[in-house]
Write a protein that binds this ligand. Sequence first.
Ligand SMILES: Nc1nc2c(ncn2[C@@H]2O[C@H](COP(=O)(O)OP(=O)(O)O)[C@@H](O)[C@H]2O)c(=O)[nH]1
Ligand SMILES: [Mg+2]
Length: 286
Amino acid sequence: MDNLNINWFPGHMTKALRMIQANLKLVDVVIELLDARIPVSSANPVIHQILEGKPRVVALNKIDLAEPEWTKQWVDTFHVQGLQVVTIDSMTGKGTKALVSQVEQLGSAKAAKLVAKGVNPRAVRAMILGIPNVGKSSLINRLLGTKAVRTADKPGVTRGKQWITIGKNLELLDTPGVLWPKFEDPEVGFKLAMTGAINDDIYDVETAMSKLLLFLRENYSDRLIERYNLSSPLPEDSTELLGLIGARRGCLRSGGLIDYEKARRIILNEFRGSKLGNFTLDRPNQ
Ligand SMILES: Nc1nc2c(ncn2[C@@H]2O[C@H](COP(=O)(O)OP(=O)(O)O)[C@@H](O)[C@H]2O)c(=O)[nH]1
Ligand SMILES: [Mg+2]
């Protein structure tokens, strides 16, 4: 497809990576937060190198926006790869109990080893890693809830770190690690843009929306027809389709011309807000 010309600056990421690597030394388990709509595109391409054998739980977030059948298939796929995976919705907190218990289980093996060496028993320590907008802060806030407590400057832990105590057995670093996705692949760039993982001012919205409309027309024409009250068959040309939707939504400039810009914005917002239904853009075995 056409390139979206994503502009981004690796400098921030280098700094972020250094911080992540320092924080990783403090934790027993990593929660890799992925977007259930794009479990591959929202993954960091070098996560394996960064983690170096650190126990990891994959958490597929935003399941409320993904297609449940595909989410199920993704869970199976991760299991086949030998990974632990939970599905969550950080807005409602659905699945977060299971996440906490998996993290505790995974970290308890190391805790037991430390105790065997004579170290005092302590809670499992974990941190969240994920790309921008995948829901790291939302998840932390959810886990923080009303019962959890923020603890600053724990003895024996690097100064200045904030930990959230969740129950008796888990402490979560309250600063998540921000990873970068794989910007170079245009297909991945498209999916990141459409799910809101990257800001709209750093990619070519016009190109991306044209691709989105063709994707919707190809795979979900029924949803477009219903939502925008269109008739079948839909036009093959994406601009023509955009024009029809724009007209339906009253996106008009003076003189009755279609305001394409406004129409694009409406469709993108509705797509992201699941007004057009749930979408899983990455499929297993693709
Ligand atoms: N629908 C839905 N939205 C979510 C979920 N988790 C986070 N969000 C939204 O995704 C956006 C980014 O979340 P945020 O926690 O700031 O992501 P961060 O950049 O990784 O910290 C916000 O608008 C959240 O409300 C979820 O499970 N479902
Ligand atoms: Mg955040």
